[in-house]
Design a binder for this molecule. Structure first.
Ligand code: ZN
Length: 329
């Protein structure tokens, strides 16, 4: 449901600037900075490139005894897995949009390595790579980092996606996202950025005001299949899209972003077309978020700004980060 009349005020292209938080490059109290002690008592190495380690507070643990519980209508199964933390950079003050393209490429290389290695492990059928950015998204540490949860069973969202991708593949012999991308490129109403191998767009079905997805033009089931030039395109579009996010409200834009890709259950998954989705909560300013409450909880998601308008807003924004624009003045 889309109700653009609710916002009344048109997009004004500029909003109040939120205070820029100047973070140090190294914070002695940060458990993700190089050489610092983590909460579990281990010390981080003096890492120079993206660095990953087993989460000291993993939600999923390996070697969990397989058990099931059945009691009338109630059913439960044990679940095992591995949770990791991925530090994007040794520099505490950075975020993806402020990192260089080669440094973002290194992050993608580490994601690829983790997806391959974790996915190849016995009893790991799915690898979820994601980033929660900003306190509003429940991320308490500003050090640039994301997480990976690798687990025994394929989680619900991925099962649903796999089923739908499979149904279209069986009927048409093509990936639904491949066909969707062709249509979106032709319409050019929701495209934000396009480069040689990737497209960033605001999906037709977007629920969050500035929800976006990054899609490879070639149907690739997972990030491990990217060629070197595709990896570079991916890094470039990640930087461009996240710069545009920060430029919407001149703030470090919060979001949850995740890579949806084929399960690692040993099957081939020709139906899968990997993509990265961004779910950011902000609507009106650096401090006004969209609340998914009331009607959204009980009936249906509802948008206040059309997908086309939000895409146009983002498309028209500078490719230079606002903090760097100011520095040149
Ligand atoms: Zn840090």
């Amino acid at each position: 449901m889309v109700s653009p009349h609710r916002t009344k005020r048109p997009w004004q292209g500029k909003t109040e600037k939120s205070a820029t938080t100047d973070l140090p490059e190294y914070d002695p109290s940060c458990y993700l900075c190089p050489t610092n002690e983590r909460m579990g008592g281990e010390f981080n190495p003096s890492y120079k490139k993206p660095y990953s380690f087993i989460n000291d507070f993993s939600a999923l643990l390996p070697d969990v005894k397989e058990e099931t519980y059945d009691n009338g209508l109630l059913h439960a199964e044990s679940e095992s897995g591995i949770c990791k933390v991925v530090c994007f950079s040794p520099n505490h003050s950075l975020t993806l949009p402020l990192m260089s393209v080669p440094d973002i490429t290194d992050v993608i290389s580490l994601w690829q390595k983790e997806y391959r290695e974790l996915g190849a492990k016995e009893g790991i059928d799915h690898v979820q790579i994601f980033e929660n950015k900003g306190a509003i998204m429940g991320c308490s540490n500003p050090h640039p980092h994301g997480q990976i949860w690798a687990q025994n069973k394929i989680p619900q969202e991925v099962l649903k996606k796999t089923g739908n991708l499979q149904a279209y593949w069986d009927k048409h012999g093509r990936s639904i996202l491949e066909d969707y991308l062709v249509q979106e490129l032709k319409l050019d109403e929701r495209i934000i950025v396009e480069n040689e191998h990737f497209v960033a767009l605001l999906p037709y079905w977007a629920v969050w005001p500035y929800e976006t997805m990054i899609l490879p033009k070639r149907k690739l089931a997972n990030i491990g299949l990217l060629s070197e030039s595709e990896k570079l395109s991916y890094a470039e579009i990640l930087k461009q899209l996240t710069i545009k996010y920060d430029n919407i409200f001149n703030t470090s834009f919060p979001y949850s972003a995740g890579i949806h890709q084929a399960p690692t259950d040993g099957r081939e998954h020709p139906e899968w077309h990997f993509h990265m989705s961004f779910y950011p909560p902000l609507l009106r300013s650096a401090t006004v978020k969209k609340f998914m409450v009331g009607y959204e909880m009980f009936a249906n998601p509802q948008r206040d700004i059309t997908a086309e308008q939000a895409a146009e807003n983002m498309k028209s924004l500078s490719d230079v980060h606002y903090s760097q624009l100011d520095a040149t003045k």
